[in-house]
Each structure stands twice: as structure tokens, then as C-alpha cells.
Design a binder for this molecule. Sequence first.
Ligand code: GLN
Length: 453
Amino acid sequence: MRIAEWKEKVESHGCYDAVSEILERIEKSKLNAYITVCKDDALKMAEKYDRGELKGRLAGIPVAVKDNISTKGILTTCASKMLSDYKPVFDAHVVERLKAEGAIIIGKANMDEFAMGTTTETSYYGVVRNPYDLDRVAGGSSGGSAAVIAANEAVLSLGSDTGGSIRCPASFCGIYGLKPTYGLVSRYGLIPYANSLEQIGPMADSIDDLALLLEVIAGKDRRDSTNSGKEFKFVPKDRKLKVGVIAEMGGNEDVMKRFSEAVEVIREKHEVKEVSMPSFKYALAAYYIIAMSEASSNLARYDGVRYGYALEKLDSWRRYFSKVRAEGFGDEVKRRIMLGSYALSAGYYGKYYLKAQKVRTLVIRDFNKVFEEFDVLISPTMPSLPFKIGELADPLTMYKADVNTVPINLAGLPALSVPIGFERGLPVGLQVIGNYFSENTLLNFGKWLGERM
Ligand code: GLN
């Protein structure tokens, strides 16, 4: 549902009734998109809106927040048993901004455990189902954040994207999702998986709504040392662009059919040319080494002492930590901690981690070179239609699904997934990649294309 439709509803029925209707829909839902629903608080806020006491650019609008983004006093589990009773004592920067603009936080969205996955099947709380086919996944890791938009269980949502986690579910659920330039949105209060790769970003049913949410969450924050301090303002602009189709990024027959149709539409107005990015064949391997290395270091904080999952009895500290982690983490998270620790260990550091960082530099150089000539680059967001639940049986097959999205995170660039219609009744997304801080170009292009598909 778009903000404009929501506002009409609120105008005719009042915010309290409109929010109640969403809460009822969530209660009956089969999607499993929320881990926590903030029913009482949401209704209180709606009453406040109806009394004219809620002001701001998002006043009275229900927003879902991914469950790895800290919300003061509200469960923030990262979809892990490890944090299943964790209530942060502070708000993430983006949550402070939402509240300052009068948004109603309707709930915390389901996701892969610690954002490690592409389907939400690693969630301790179970998989999120695709609104277009309940036997299929909604994508991951921000699957809940995408499904709630497609199923009218929220109007806007926040996700996080380390290697595709906003764009993949946006594509699988037929909505818009943006991974902003690294440093545009503060990561303060985002529970980290791989700090050098991830950004919080907006998800919505239209570009105008997405742009408004980005305007609210982007901007200066001293508490994230990688924050650029830049603000964002959407300026509608209509111009002819030079569009590069990335040769190394493809998809299966269904996806390519829809993608080729989109390319034909783009050709009617813009200049389209194929580009080659030779370093991309190493990008997936480099991404997983870097992401797992950072994860192994980040997740060392979960020791069952200060917060999170704990045991009743303590015999020796060493056994205590091991047992807490053995019981608190799921298989995929454990796999990544082990592989990441291995890649960082003395003797293997040069062979894996350092080499991956060198590939990262090559990827950045490839992008820099093509952006001298092109305004935007395009590819299918995902190489296939939404997977059947259980279809990706082994981890490597799952990692391979990220082939089109991870190079963007290695380079820290912005990328948008635009819904371009359906194939076999399932949504397909097109990825638009831009140069650093070119979100305006991406959103203008995405709006133009989305309206035509
Ligand atoms: N699927 C990727 C991974 O598991 C990306 C996840 C993400 O962007 N958080 O690492």
C-alpha cells in the first residue's frame, strides 16, 4: 500500500481504525513476516494522531523495522535464539529519526539469523512465506520487511543489506528496495554482521514513498564513524541516461525473458550498451570470505554473560562460552563463525582474507572505470524467481544466488531493485546500480522504469 492510499484511509476512517485493520490482517496472516508486533504502542500512537498530537513527515504511517535494528524496550532478536529475550536500552539512529517524524512502529520484521542468508530459512522463528505463493520464500535476509509491504501489513519498512538483503526480498516480493551508498545512513544501533559491507535502507511500494523514507533516515550521525554526514533530498529529474548492461550478471530463462523486455523499454528513451566487469567472477568468493571474517569477529561478543542467551549453571568459563554458543546459534551462523575464524587465522590470513581484500580493490576499480562512461548499470536483481521453501538444500547453492548483488557491497555503491512485472505469476526485479551518492539518479530512473513495466 502506498502512503497516498494510507492517507485516504486515515482521512475517512481515522488512524485508529486504519491501524486496527492492519493489526487484524497481521494476526490472520500466514506469512510469518513479524517476530514482534507492537500492538498496544501502535494503537496508542494512532490515537495520538487522531487527537492531532502526532506531527512529522511520517506522522501516523505504520513502519516495520527489521529485527536487527535496535528499538528501545522492544525485543530485537536478530532472529536468533541467542537474542530471543534481548530488549535494547537505546534506539538505533534510524529509529530515532522515524520517531522524530511521527512514524508508528508497527512491528519487528522476521529475517535470516543475524542477516546470514538469502531466504529467511535460517531464522530461529521460521521462514517468511512469499505473498504471491505461500510455498515459496520471500527472499532474504530482510524477507519480513519485504513481505509486509507486498501484503499490506505495513506501509513502509526498513531492511539492511550486507550482500543483497534488501534487494533480494524486494525482487522476490515485487516491491522497491534500496541499498544506499555506504555511509549515507548511520549504522548506529544496527546489530552488526559485516560492518564494512552493510547499510540500512528503505523498502516501499513506490519510489516516492521510498524516497521520503530515505530522506528521513539519511544524514549526519557522529556515533557511526563511517557516516558521511551527507543528507538526502529527492529531486525529480527527467533526463536521458547512458545505461550499461553488465555482461557478467545474468539469470535463468524466466528472469532473462522479463529482463530483456525491460531492456527494450529502457532503449526507447536511454542509450543502452553492454559492459564487461572482469573482476566479478571473483566477487562472490571474495564477498563470502570478507563477510564471514567480519562475522566471526562481531559475533564473539555473544558470551551469555552481559546479555542474550545464558545458562543457569557455570562450571568453567571455557565450557560455559562453548555451551552458550552451541545452544544459542543456528547452523548457518556457526558455519560462518568457523569459516571466518579460519580465513583470519595465522597462516591462512594471506591466502584468504588478504586475497579477498585485493579482489575487493579490483571490483572497485572496475566500477570506477565504467562510471567514467555510464550513468547507471543494470542487471537482474536475482538470477532466478523466488525459490521453493527447502529448495536450496546446501549452503553453497544458497551463496551462489547472491552473485548479482554482492559486488555492489564490496564497492560500497548504491543499488535499487525495481519491480518489472511477473513471470509464472512470480515477481521479477531489475537492479540499478549507480555511482557513489547518486541515489537521485537511481530513484528517478527507477520511477520512470517502474511506471512503464
Ligand atoms: N545472502 C548474503 C549473506 O548471507 C547477504 C545477506 C545480507 O545482505 N545481509 O551474506
